[in-house]
Design a protein around this ligand. Sequence first.
Ligand SMILES: O=C(O)CCC(=O)C(=O)O
Length: 342
Amino acid sequence: MGITSNPAVENVLNVGRMAKTAAAANGFSRAKQTPSKTEGQSQFNMRQAMSLDPRIGKFLSKVSIRTHGSLAWQLSPASSSNFIDPLEIDSAVAGIVRDGFYVFNQRASAEQVTNLVNFAERIPSEARGAGTPLEIYPRSNPQVGRYDIHETQALQSPEVQDFATDPAMALIAQRYLGQPVIMDEVAFWWTTNKKAEDADLNAQLFHQDRDRLSFLKFFMYLTDVESETGPHVYVRGSHKKIPRALRADGRLTDAAVQSAGLGNNITELHGLAGTIMAVDTIGLHKGKTPVTTDRLALENEFATSLFGMDYETPTFDPTNLVRKRYSEMPWVLQRYRDSVVH
Ligand SMILES: O=C(O)CCC(=O)C(=O)O
């Protein structure tokens, strides 16, 4: 793909890739129907252009993604959220703007947590990197460092459906990103204390997410998380500013982040099961490999466009709540159209 090792040359190339990304994203957003995928070269250009500055994706999104009228801003009432206290929305937006993340005071209920853990213990998952068929997570004897429950399987849980379609999270994402949003991915995974050497594969080295131009993630811990049990780790402020030496696309060691002078900004996010966090993962972040017990986390992402990485349109049986939310915010939940509208 013409990658050079000369940073100055790479910078010039990335300016060209930025212009190409703006044109491609604009074409994508103007299409009559959301295209089913983004061409591979455009995905590459986007990822590379995002090395120029961590704020470039948001800028490109603002100038190139055309919104589709007032329908795109339509949300179910934030007060109907079963996870977020609407009184925390302002603080959440301010916290993400300031630090790149916000940990909510309100946690999911014990019943929501129990239902999600029980579900995750009996639904097939993928042992990352093993190349084996989906299997029930072998909790007492895991073989690899991460087990991913795919979105299609995850959506068999009513609680996952509820979390994925949460209107208060969509509102926070809209307000933070300043554009209409689409719920573009659900992830649900166990991390274990096995195969710590697979830290790169398991997103346990610092990195930036570059799958979309402009996006916000929400994580929920479903096990108690402290330093030894696999916290999410974020470099405070890196959603706005990253030293040049750390801007290339790829994984970074703790030592590299520290030698760039960011050691004091490395923040482990601890919390009891049920803790919810909003995180702008364009900033440097990683999961810390658990040492003692495993960690279960659920995550969703809201993005200003499906331009970028291939997206899924999972088939599942929607709850009445999801049917209602789809009718109230069809733009946000557009990936679920085929499952809701038969
Ligand atoms: O496990 C975590 O806390 C972080 C995961 C992550 O960064 C990723 O999946 O890209």
